[in-house]
Design a protein around this ligand. Sequence first.
Ligand code: CO
Length: 136
Amino acid sequence: MFTRIDHIGVAVADLDDAIALYRDRLGMPLQHRETVEQFGVEAALLGIGESHVELLSPTGPESGVARFLERSGPGLHHVAYQTGDIAVALERARSAGFRLIDEEPRVGIRNSRVAFVHPKSTGGVLTELVQPAEEH
Ligand code: CO
């Protein structure tokens, strides 16, 4: 069902500072930067092998990431597993009894299709299912 870890999501207070840490000090290339309106985040993707670190900073106080930062401070936010078929992965998660945050896939960064599973049902790890957009 899942093919690999697509990315790990890290909540950060300042995106430029976090990019400087990952790019300049850890040596990961900055591959993409985008404001994802419906999630209320500005995000950056840095490459690590075939996977990514996704840095997330809130665009406003209503953002889930803003609430996370308030509650827990900066740090590991979610793990994203890649699938070739988000509809199948979501249906399997549903029938396996997981508590879904997204009943239907949403559009995520780089036009991927994503759905989140509640950490209360995954042993405390906010889990994202992600089907990347077709590459052209
Ligand atoms: Co993510």
